[in-house]
Design a protein around this ligand. Sequence first.
Ligand SMILES: O=C(O)CCC(=O)C(=O)O
Ligand SMILES: [Fe+2]
Length: 366
Amino acid sequence: MEETIKSLIDDSFTSAMTLTNSGVPQVPDRYVLPPSQRPVLGSSIGIRFYSRNHFSTVTTLPVIDLSLLHQPLLRSSVIHEINMACKEFGFFQVINHGIPPSVIEGALDAATQFFDLPVEEKMLLVSADVHQPVRYGTSLNHSTDRVHYWRDFIKHYSYPLSKWIDMWPSNPPCYKDKVGKYAEAAHVLHKQLIEAISESLGLEKNYLQEQTEEGSQVMAVNCYPACPEPEITLGMPPHSDLNSLTILLQSSQGLQIMDSNEKWISVPDVEGALIVQLGDQVEVMSNGIYKSVIHRVTVNKDYKRLSFASLHSLPLHKKISPAPELIDVNNAPAYGEFSFNDFLDYISSNDCEHQRFIDTLKKSNF
Ligand SMILES: O=C(O)CCC(=O)C(=O)O
Ligand SMILES: [Fe+2]
């Protein structure tokens, strides 16, 4: 093996993108998962199919037409669909969500150009500090004795846009404009979704919106390069999102969610759809009626996958607790009170980056 490739493989700071571009024939050991955590690829697609004698047990994942929310006669049935999806999966896809295809294509194009930049340029934005408003990340952020994942990313604060956009990458030159347009559109969509989710819980339409007002939006732009051995590694390990709601845009299939039987289901790539995932904060505010969804990302041999996770959260210091309307003699508060900041502190001091953090807040653990 050529000396340069060998040194890239040995260097735990090398990004997945650099490894792929250098043509490594196999993933370095630090990316190899124990057998029990490896994905089974090409199975469990989340669509229903008909087999000879019965509908199979393959799960149908919900796809909701959001334009129907604006039709007074149909709104309540859409709210009902959202309720069912949130109860069963903490997950659904939306179509006719109002974000124009040109805005989506623009954002994907800008991200492609960003990740194609020379690694030295991207490294200028690298940081392991989770509080940095703009931060590029690679395996570098993980200590060497832990498993690495086949992903590069850039994360940036995105709301209010005028406050942060100057700090975003200035290369490629179109990045701020194209990703900015998508971030603004995602923020508007988030407001509609959080209102509908509030209603679906039987709460005032504005209840969750008021909780998240003045909150944050962080855009995580993820790049999963083609991988020589996708069956023994992952792009992202199982986790639930810490925030209230995530709107996810994917360039191709790769996301898997865990169902209530702890089975992994691949999320199908539905044309024009965006993915909505409930995070831990909504789980707490709903007093556990809705659950945050556990998800992970698989990679593939043939092409690079991009995703934009628009992560919406309550303000950092605001205490999060179950909605009072959902508490009564039969339904005690199931979670302790905490702020997003308490959560981040807990995670950094307990070194538990990739778990379902919410379980630590269950009353029984106090
Ligand atoms: O790339 C994806 O599909 C998921 C990304 C994700 O889970 C995250 O950024 O938290
Ligand atoms: Fe996530």
